[in-house]
Ligand binder design. Structure first.
Ligand SMILES: Nc1ncnc2c1ncn2[C@@H]1O[C@H](COP(=O)(O)OP(=O)(O)OP(=O)(O)O)[C@@H](O)[C@H]1O
Ligand SMILES: [Mg+2]
Length: 264
């Protein structure tokens, strides 16, 4: 895993209140281009809200978001997507009766060259043979079996559906990809498969892709991340390497009284 010294994403004092509840409180973090970093924290600690502030799904109460040195705090989600910030699609965005291949191709066609192009999506599939290769490439990177490509998306295993969601996000050619609990809903046997897929994606794209992964469980991010940010009740209580975080007393306490089981 490599990363450059150039900061691609930065938040400065990011804060979000819902009425009296401060869901994200004064969070400042830097992510370097090409890095793979994680945000962890117990349930309700503000991880998803922080993601929503970065993608523009929610406006912050205060604080700033910078992307490639530009203040994007006032930008819409669409403007951020065009600049290269993408989050994993949820399975609800997938056409269940279309094949896995068709779903990826629609994402590739619709977002070709990072210009989201709705008219392009309506054109005949046959006009787009040039997208075929790209679909096959992306499917291979996330580890979708060739045999599964021609099966309706609703019928493939859960782990493959998660890989499909990641593939569709990659089709938009993001510079920064945000994954919110990529292993959620997976069985114990499926989790390593999904983690492998993320590792492979990172290796394939190198510094072209920066990854920020939200996770509840630390074991999921141990193998993945070079740096982990820990949220507790909206505040960043620690940041460091996976090893530093695992040994951090404050982090252990934040996780339900700090049982090793919760962290392992
Ligand atoms: N739209 C909203 N309106 C009001 N409160 C909200 C809203 N979204 C989140 N919250 C509250 O903000 C806090 C942080 O929620 P958030 O979803 O960001 O936590 P999380 O760390 O992602 O949790 P989980 O691990 O369960 O996914 C919680 O107390 C939650 O109830
Ligand atoms: Mg969440």
């Amino acid at each position: 895993m490599s990363s450059t010294n150039e900061v691609i994403l930065s938040t400065d004092g990011l804060t979000k209140s819902f009425g009296g509840l401060v869901a994200v409180s004064d969070v400042s973090l830097d992510v370097e281009r090409g890095a793979i970093k994680a945000i962890i924290g117990p349930n309700g600690s503000g991880k998803t809200t922080l993601f929503n502030l970065i993608t523009g799904a929610l406006p912050p109460s205060s604080g700033r978001v910078y992307f490639e040195g530009q203040d994007i705090t006032g930008f819409s989600m669409h403007q951020r997507t065009r600049r290269g910030i993408s989050r994993s699609y949820q399975i609800t965005n997938i056409f269940p009766y279309q094949t896995t291949f068709e779903n990826i191709r629609l994402a590739v066609q619709g977002c070709s060259g990072r210009q989201v192009n709705f008219y392009g999506m309506l054109k005949k599939a046959g006009e787009y043979s040039e997208f075929h290769e790209k679909v096959i490439d992306i499917a291979a990177i996330v580890g979708l079996d060739a045999a599964r490509l021609y099966v309706p998306a609703a019928l493939i295993p859960h782990a493959d559906q998660r890989k499909l969601e990641i593939a569709m996000a990659l089709a938009t050619e993001p510079k920064l990809l945000l994954l919110d609990e990529p292993a959620a809903g997976m069985s114990i046997e499926e989790i390593p498969d999904v983690i492998d897929a993320i590792v492979r994606v990172k290796e394939s794209y190198g510094d072209e892709l920066t990854l920020l992964v939200v996770e509840h469980k630390m074991d999921i991010v141990m193998r993945l991340s070079e740096e982990i940010f820990v949220l507790s009740e909206g505040r960043m209580i620690a940041k460091g390497t996976p090893k530093e975080i695992q040994e951090n007393e404050q982090v252990l306490t934040a996780y339900l009284g700090g049982t090793d089981e919760e962290l392992a």
